[in-house]
Design a protein around this ligand. Structure first.
Ligand SMILES: Nc1ncnc2c1ncn2[C@@H]1O[C@H](COP(=O)(O)OP(=O)(O)OP(=O)(O)O)[C@@H](O)[C@H]1O
Ligand SMILES: [Mg+2]
Length: 246
């Protein structure tokens, strides 16, 4: 399965969730490839890779016929990003074609996308990513700005992408960085359930300082602090994800 975590909004946990959903699937015995499809290269750097020799640009241009993905943990590989990645250099189906030979080697390929919108007028990186996908998820943080446009964003994605990629399925919204002492998560979950029934994950990831600490060490929380609350939450979230995408 090829999957994207997208949101036009910045800083809502796309990269963190891509890394940890992927790492959790890998721990469950699935073979996983994480692809950094964002020129910010947060997934690459957050995975402890500083100067990648082989990047997404090499994959897209086919400049090197060997797919030199990096192994970060058992069952978990990373295809590094590049600061030169921009949609203008590539065609809509470029990633779809480039991933074709890799598909057979992985149970899951997860694409980390930049915070860009989708529209019918110009090609963006998330659009190129979604064109290659079977599935997408929208991560949210429980705050007013993150939640208010989430459902219309999902609708627009379907409107623009689905005619060109008929197999694309939306598997749901989920919350990260949830402060359990605040009522906001409950309020926003109910709000989302009203506008998008059954599309909100029941499980969520709580705010946990271990997440930031792990990133600065270039590790996943499963390597850095396997029993922290975010690690436990990710295990539940991942089980729900598997159920929802069966
Ligand atoms: N459960 C959590 N607990 C604490 N901090 C978190 C949690 N999830 C994410 N964060 C922090 O929130 C910040 C934003 O997360 P992240 O970089 O994954 O968002 P993003 O959507 O990928 O951002 P961008 O739009 O810039 O790509 C990061 O500093 C990350 O460490
Ligand atoms: Mg990111």
């Amino acid at each position: 399965m090829i999957l994207s975590l997208i949101n036009q909004k910045g800083g809502v946990g796309k990269t963190t969730n891509t890394i940890h959903l992927g790492a959790c699937l890998a721990q469950m015995g699935k073979s996983v490839l994480l692809v950094d499809f964002d020129s910010q290269m947060d997934l690459t750097h957050g995975s402890g890779i500083r100067d990648p020799q082989y990047t997404i640009i090499d994959l897209l241009t086919g400049s090197d016929k060997k797919f030199r993905v990096r192994t970060r943990a058992e069952n978990l590989s990373i295809l590094a990003g590049s600061s030169d990645l921009t949609a203008g250099r590539f065609k809509r189906d470029s990633l779809k074609k480039a991933l074709e030979p890799l598909k057979a080697h992985f149970d899951y390929i997860l694409l980390d996308c930049p915070p860009e919108g989708i529209n019918s007028f110009s090609l963006s990186l998330p659009e190129i990513a979604l064109n290659a996908c079977d599935n997408f998820l929208i991560p949210l943080f429980p705050n007013e700005y993150a939640v208010k446009n989430a459902n219309s964003f999902m609708g627009r994605v379907m409107e623009v992408i689905k005619p060109k990629n008929k197999k694309l399925v939306f598997s749901g919204f989920f919350f990260g960085k949830v402060l359990v002492t605040s009522k906001k998560h409950k309020i926003y979950s109910e709000m989302m359930e009203k506008v998008a029934p059954k599309l909100m994950f029941k499980n969520f990831v709580r705010q946990d300082s271990q997440v930031d600490h792990a990133v600065s060490e270039g590790m996943t929380i499963f390597q850095f602090s396997p029993n922290c609350r975010a690690a436990n939450d990710y295990r539940k979230l991942t089980k729900e994800f598997i159920k929802r995408t069966k």
